[in-house]
Design a binder for this molecule. Sequence first.
Ligand SMILES: Cc1ncc(COP(=O)(O)O)c(C=O)c1O
Length: 383
Amino acid sequence: MVTVNPLIQLDLPALRRRRSMKWCRYPGDVLPLWVAEMDTPLAPPVAEALSQAVRMGDTGYADVGQLAEAFAGFAHSRFGWWPDPAHCVLVGDVAQGIAEVLRIVTAPGDVVLIGGPTYSPFRRIIPNIGRVLRENPMTRGADGRFRLDLGRLASDLAAPEVTAYLLVNPHNPAGSVPSRADLVAVATLCEQHGVRLLSDEIHAPLVYAGREFVPLLSLPEASRAIAFVSASKAWNLAGLKSALAVAGPAAAADVRAIPEDAQVAAGNLGVHASEAAFRAGGPWLDDLLAGLDQNRTLLESLFAKHLPGIRYAPPEATFLAWLDCSELGLGDDPAAHFLERGRVALSSGPEFGPMGRGFARLNFATSPEILADGVQRMAAALA
Ligand SMILES: Cc1ncc(COP(=O)(O)O)c(C=O)c1O
């Protein structure tokens, strides 16, 4: 079978013509390797679904249509889990879905626990809805990756003011994927302490060979949990706005309580595109994963050659590399230095909270040439 790497199909001039945030935030001499958008064309079935919708002029308010069934089919074929489409509710995006569900399952002033380092928008969204964010620090394993610290989690969940725990699986920015045993332990602990468990599974399609992704809701221990899924990361559809809140069997009433207004935040084109991605985007996803896998390894050799002071553990999932730059002597925010002196934009570590000091996050969902240019720019910033 001929495979085509979606990461090598667009050149720099074509990418610079894009109007998305990744390509527009910085001046034209900066190479953008920051926000989680990919430098790929659309998967052909997604492009076809969108063209058809545009030809039909089908750009009114979104209806969930067959999206939940399409996701269920994808989850079954990839993860061996069949979610109940009747327990899925359309939301505009994962971040909004999490905020809406937290409003329903917690009270103002409650503490929401989340594994640190923390995906930066959660640091704003949770306080914005009047809840208190508390970090549960992950622990660094011998392989250099940050993982759940179950001992610390057990004690943090015991605090009475903690009423919800937001798991991010696979984790952004750490790139780690918790084991089945860890997930069972997390769900059991949450039940013991009466803490509602939410699981952000937006990166689930992007797990590399060698690691198993276990959907939280496939575990009987997690029947009261709520998961959030979307095609937006794996098929690069973030601007189209479509995600699902998926309830465990004992939490269906909670997702049904999501207000209608929140569902209207979804885009109809997002629903068309996501349905096509889940139904027919598997082969393209496999090609993408092969290209991303090569890039995560290429990054190791690029750092060994140009920037041996960086500590990088290739992620088990996602196209995001969490870089420990603390030995480079660049202070808390190495990304600021790389931007100013190297004209390459990474995500700033401290935006992920106190555990991000001395770190930067690099998005490697691009061509090997652009990646090499990015690392050379980082190295040049140290000269
Ligand atoms: C872990 C995680 N959750 C949520 C989001 C945001 O997703 P959405 O655009 O659907 O809100 C991202 C985006 O990169 C993410 O990495």
